[in-house]
Design a protein around this ligand. Sequence first.
Ligand SMILES: [Zn+2]
Length: 411
Amino acid sequence: MHKPKIYILDVTNRDGVQTSRICLSKLQKTMINIHLNDMGVAQSEFGFPVTRHETNYLNANLELLSSGGLSGINLSGWIRATSEDVKTAFKLVPTIKYLNLSISTSDQMIVHKFKGKLDHASVIKEMTEAVKLARQSGAESICVNAEDASRTNISYLIEFSQAARDIGADRIRYCDTLGCDTPFSIYDRIKILAKEVALPIEIHCHNDLGLVVANSVSGAKAAVDSGCDAYINTCVNGMGERAGNADLVSVILAIKYGHGLEEYALDERINLKKAWKTCKYASYAFGVPIPINQPGIGSNAFAHESGIHADGALKDRRNYELYDYEELGRGDPEIIETGRQITAGEYSGIKGFRNVYEKLEVEFHNEEEATKILELVRYANVHNQKPLVDDELKFIAKYPDIARKIFTMNP
Ligand SMILES: [Zn+2]
């Protein structure tokens, strides 16, 4: 018998980057995909296949996947559930295999967003036509997103989801778009939905009430209790629209260490050893500091000062620590250069560049190759507009042709 599992589907490169005031370059988005892959995340919603400035980045990352530069993770695009978007997506990104097709299902949005253009029946019609076309165009895995599912009449939500299933959708995404659910309401609704639809359920929550991780875990529990796989949507460091999405590391920690969840299977590929590195990189790339009290990753997450706590933690870490810092990839000293430093940037020359790569223990076959990589590093710096990190420099040297595509934009 199929034992349902909880998988992680990270949406940093979609919901995270569509957030006000923050953004990532295409190289930074690529590095996020690599970090998520290293953490054993099942899927990265890596962008918008109908958005022209994403095209080269998306195609280059699919190439990275097919050439083995990413292994294990699936890359999915987000589009509206319309035939027009499906056509454009496959025209611009022909090898895309995973798609999320999104349409609003609540009366609030059907009436006040579609303004009479669509009703209950035509929302289902648009969606089913889009799913059919996506399948014909080569999509291997299709998830249908019910936007504003938490404010959708439950019987209509079930009808909509069953129609998606009957036309061949592989999953349903329950979106708490406004963050109005509580762990109680989302549990009850997803329990019924999963039972009636019998498809894997994606749980997409927002933090407007500060309940995002609790809601996500509760929704996943409901799906599993109804015999369905669950895919929790996360963002690194809880980035995302308004108050943010579910924080990747917090969700994983909650499933691993939360009381009452011992029997719930988390995707065994998940590896928190890379969590520290991933979160630090995302913080640098977004330019958003990690709060000192962020679960697992904040600088206070394993700090003790008050007499009783410090004494207790020193006697036995289990007195005041729920999990080990080593599990999150913490504990190694970080070396900061305080003397002379040669850096590689947009105006670098070959000698300084060589010095930087020698320190990274990257060797070039000949002068020609070094010159080629130097040129790409210059462009990468123009592209990122901040100093490149070691992993970015190594990536460019290892995948120069893919890197070139990522930096290329033709407006
Ligand atoms: Zn969202």
